[in-house]
Design a protein around this ligand. Structure first.
Ligand code: AMP
Length: 397
């Protein structure tokens, strides 16, 4: 029972073949620079051995073909034929308002995803290209779309409607959607299992802190609010993204600083966040190192990152009427004890007691609060691909 997971970007394709019996990865790989010079495929097996193919890869169909050939290759392959793949799960960024759960892909789905492309112009067109490439090469295999936005389909109106002209929502679907949904869903279920509780009985705050960062409030298993918005630019500051800013800064940049709209978008998406504040890097390891060496702007970037996360956590606690567990996931959340400690500061009055020794953990599912802590804290490694694989299997079964 093997499921192939595909995550297509504009010039890249990430993939994983997962054995659904033991839920373990068989291989994972990345095809880079599709349509560009220097294209290559790098596949890693379960013991980390790499197989690299460097060749011209003209388009996504070529990329999928190369992936399938590599998976079935006599020497480095891991399956005898494509028939062993029972389904393909595609990560799709935007499912719009219509899809609040995963769905088997047919023509109607593709048509709607095309409509959603204007909401995620960098991601959905690439996702659709990947789906079509797979369909043409595996016409008899079922394909499932798993959306980054879907888990946030339970947001109440008061959380997703912006305080702007309501017609902009009605006519143009401008609203909060939220992202990282597959990750938030996976870690929320994992933490409930680890606590031995039914997710329906828990109030969870999930902090997905990686290069992109978002925080979600999950009450009784349903997401009731999240920090990302109409796009993944909103919310807390990130590696290179600004997070929430006063919207008037945008016309100010255009009218007074000579920015075009494209340059504003580039500045807010790629030159802001902790990179913009520190001037050092978007990588949290570099920033933490620079701060340790006394770089004041690097320290300021970290201070702002932690401050804004605490502010969101506080607001979610109030809006959920309490919290049972706060969890950390993704690159920074799983690996940075300093970030976790700073983000949890100020919650002692609610009975949260961080265990500094346990908090040294990196990349492993573990409780980091003390035994007598009323509010619990956890590190929960995310696994979006496994979540996609599970949803895919559930639908095709
Ligand atoms: P992700 O987007 O989930 O892959 O996370 C990437 C981010 O995780 C990068 O900014 C990394 O610097 C950060 N990261 C990875 N390992 C560590 C670590 N040991 N300490 C701090 N940040 C880390």
């Amino acid at each position: 029972m093997k499921t192939l997971i595909i995550n297509c970007g504009s010039s890249s394709l990430k993939y994983k073949l997962i054995n659904m019996v033991d839920e373990k990865d068989i291989v994972s790989g990345l095809v880079e620079r599709i349509g560009l010079d220097g294209a290559k495929l790098v596949q890693k097996n379960e013991i980390g051995e790499k197989h690299i193919i460097e060749k011209e890869i003209k388009n996504h169909k070529d990329a999928v073909e190369l992936v399938l050939n590599t998976l079935t290759d006599i020497k480095v392959g891991v399956i005898k034929s494509m028939d062993e793949i029972i389904a393909v799960g595609h990560r799709v960024v935007h499912g719009g308002e219509k899809y609040s759960s995963s769905i088997i892909i047919d023509e109607e789905v593709i048509e709607y995803l095309n409509e959603c492309s204007k909401l995620a112009p960098l991601h959905n067109p690439a996702n659709i290209t990947g789906i079509k490439a797979c369909q043409s090469l595996m016409p008899n295999t079922k394909m499932v779309a798993v959306f980054d936005t879907a888990f946030h389909g339970t947001l109440p109106e008061k959380a997703y409607i912006y305080a702007i002209d309501y017609n902009l929502y009605k006519n143009h679907k401008i609203r909060k959607y939220g992202f990282h949904g597959t990750s938030h869903k996976y870690v929320a279920h994992k933490v409930s299992e680890a606590m031995g509780k039914d997710i329906k009985d828990l109030k969870i705050i999930s902090c997905h802190l990686g290069n992109g960062a978002s925080i979600s409030a999950i009450k009784g298993g349903e997401c009731i609010d999240t920090t990302m918005g109409f796009t993944p630019l909103a919310g807390v500051p990130m590696g290179t993204r600004s997070g929430n800013i006063d919207p008037s800064i945008i016309p100010f940049l255009v009218e007074n600083c000579g920015y075009s709209i494209e340059e504003v978008s580039e500045a807010l998406n790629k030159k802001s966040g902790v990179l913009g504040i520190s001037g050092v890097s978007s990588d949290f390891r570099d920033i933490e190192n620079a701060a340790l060496k006394g770089d004041k702007r690097a320290q300021l970037a970290l201070d702002i990152f932690h401050y804004r996360i605490r502010a969101e956590i506080g607001s979610f606690i109030v809006n959920m009427g309490g919290v049972d567990v706060i969890l950390f996931t993704a690159g920074v959340g799983e690996n940075s004890p300093e970030t976790r400690e700073e983000c949890l500061k100020g919650l002692e009055f609610l009975g949260l007691k961080l265990d500094k020794e346990k908090n040294k953990v990196r990349g492993k599912l573990s409780e980091i609060s003390k035994e007598d802590s009323i509010v619990k804290a956890y590190v929960v490694p995310t696994n979006e691909e496994l979540m996609i694989a599970k949803e895919t299997l559930a639908l095709v079964k």
